[in-house]
Write a protein that binds this ligand. Structure first.
Ligand SMILES: NC(=O)c1ccc[n+]([C@@H]2O[C@H](COP(=O)([O-])OP(=O)(O)OC[C@H]3O[C@@H](n4cnc5c(N)ncnc54)[C@H](O)[C@@H]3O)[C@@H](O)[C@H]2O)c1
Length: 439
């Protein structure tokens, strides 16, 4: 056996004392993603907690929630009685600030993306660890402020990038890390959301928004994290006319291109196509496909067509989908009889809770600093490792805004002499500087 099985007591990791540790969570935003992933996470750990030899048993309770109206929170309180801890519900525009001032150890931010910054900063200033839904924030300036605040207070500020935990993407990265797939050349990704997202789900805050910031960011991070390299250029265009007026600021679909450079001087280009106007009777909930080409190979992945096709008379594809992603987040009856809801969308939240527990309880207090340094070095989720992703998002937003304002075809350049992120508009001699420090 090649595993290093402990053979004597002194080889085993130290088991923490039997004292039960406790973490109390606050949830800002009680919308779709709360229901899909946070709800099953909190229900899954309720009464069981998490366990690790380093910190022993740690209970995780949903202690407080904040949302605009509180309607979903109240409905959830009724439906989930006995399945989650009793929680306080704050409502209204100031609800996030009230929540972070209460008795919570970490705060999860799942508000619309242009409101992440305020909630995350309020949590950090109140001394709470924070977990932010993707896309983290919309500008490098905001990212700097969050990173500096978290570092100065020695708090964790992490981002939910669940696609990095998708077993297929883990395998892709493993093949790259192991040198089986050599030097990425170029690639494309697509993620198409149903019309109900733009038409119903996000109708309240959709004006001026685009599906690229919302979902291309999953693949921006996958590419950045898996292949490394330095971001050089960003371009983007898109279509309008369905969600809003054809000459307005709200986008139906976007096509983003990123160019990366690598240490050997070679470059790779990646195209990411997204939309939120796919017909609601599409056979899957979303369409997700990637292709990456290497010096010596091709990776083709399709997250929807992983082999299952279901037909139920009168139900598919509207009430139930024909193809489904059972790896992200599925409801199951386990072979041993228990009902569960699990997948990488839930697993990524538990990972964060484990990181907080490891930091606070995973060893002597005087070694917290070393634990902190180790945990912030995890570049799959730390805010400091999100710079090139946020640069791409900020560039995409600026390019689309210029387009909507009558100047299509702009290109963002990263780490130019004039600034870290600059925007070149056709026909202009000087670029607009979006962010001055190096990215
Ligand atoms: N990881 C993923 O795959 C994934 C999927 C969907 C959404 N998301 C992200 O999650 C976030 C939320 O998306 P959603 O689909 O749940 O949106 P949603 O519109 O369904 O819900 C938004 C929630 O935020 C609350 N809210 C809005 N402004 C607030 C404020 N100022 N203070 C407190 N609460 C406020 C609303 O009341 C609502 O409960 C977005 O950033 C989105 O990008 C991630």
């Amino acid at each position: 056996m090649s595993e290093s099985t402990p053979t004597k007591a002194s080889d085993r990791p130290a088991v923490a004392s039997s004292a039960v540790r406790q973490l109390r969570a606050g949830m800002v935003g009680m919308g779709m993603i709360f229901d899909e992933t946070y709800r099953p996470f909190f229900e899954g750990v309720f009464g069981r907690g998490i366990h690790d030899p380093a910190f022993g048993v740690c209970t995780i309770d949903l202690a407080a929630v904040a949302s605009r109206t509180g309607r979903r929170a109240e409905a959830y309180r009724q439906s989930a009685a006995g399945r989650v801890a009793p929680f306080v519900s704050y409502t209204g525009d100031n609800s996030g600030a009230e929540l972070v001032a209460g008795d919570v150890d970490f705060v999860c931010v799942a508000t619309p993306d242009d409101r992440h910054f305020d909630s995350a900063m309020a949590a950090l200033k109140a001394g709470r660890h924070v977990l932010i839904e993707k896309p983290s924030v919309l500008s490098l300036g905001q990212l700097d402020t969050i990173t500096e605040t978290a570092r100065s207070k020695r708090l964790l500020a992490k981002i939910v990038y669940h696609k990095l935990l998708d077993p297929d993407h883990k395998k892709l990265r493993t093949l790259v890390v192991d040198g089986v797939l050599r030097h990425v050349n170029h690639g494309y990704c697509t993620l198409l959301e149903p019309k109900m997202i733009s038409g119903q789900q996000f109708a309240e805050w959709i004006t001026g928004r685009n599906p690229g910031t919302y979902v291309a960011v999953h693949y921006i991070k996958l590419i950045d994290f898996t292949f490394g390299g330095r971001l050089k250029y960003v371009t983007c265009t898109g279509q309008r006319g369905l969600v809003g007026p054809a000459d307005g600021p709200t986008w139906d679909s976007t096509q983003l291109r990123m160019v990366y450079a690598y240490d050997d001087g070679r470059e790779a280009a990646f195209d990411i196509h997204t939309s939120w106007v796919t017909p609601d009777n599409f056979p899957g909930y979303v369409e997700q496909e990637v292709q990456f080409r290497f010096d010596n190979g091709v990776w083709n992945g399709h997250s929807r067509k992983r082999g299952v096709e279901l037909t139920v008379e009168g139900e598919t594809p509207l009430v139930r989908k024909i193809s489904m992603n059972n790896h992200y987040n599925g409801e199951f009856v386990e072979p041993w009889g228990a009902r569960s809801q699990r997948g990488y969308g839930v697993e990524v939240l538990e990972r964060f809770a484990r990181e907080v527990a490891e930091l606070e309880f995973g060893g002597p207090a005087e070694e917290r600093s070393q634990r902190y340094d180790r945990l912030v070095a995890l570049d799959y989720n730390d805010v400091a490792a999100d710079r090139q992703v946020v640069a791409t998002v900020e560039a995409m937003e600026a390019i689309l805004a210029a387009h909507a304002a009558g100047e299509p075809g702009a290109m963002a350049e990263i780490n130019h002499d004039a600034g870290g992120l600059v925007l070149w508009k056709p026909g202009r001699a000087e670029p607009d500087v979006l962010y001055r420090p190096r990215v």
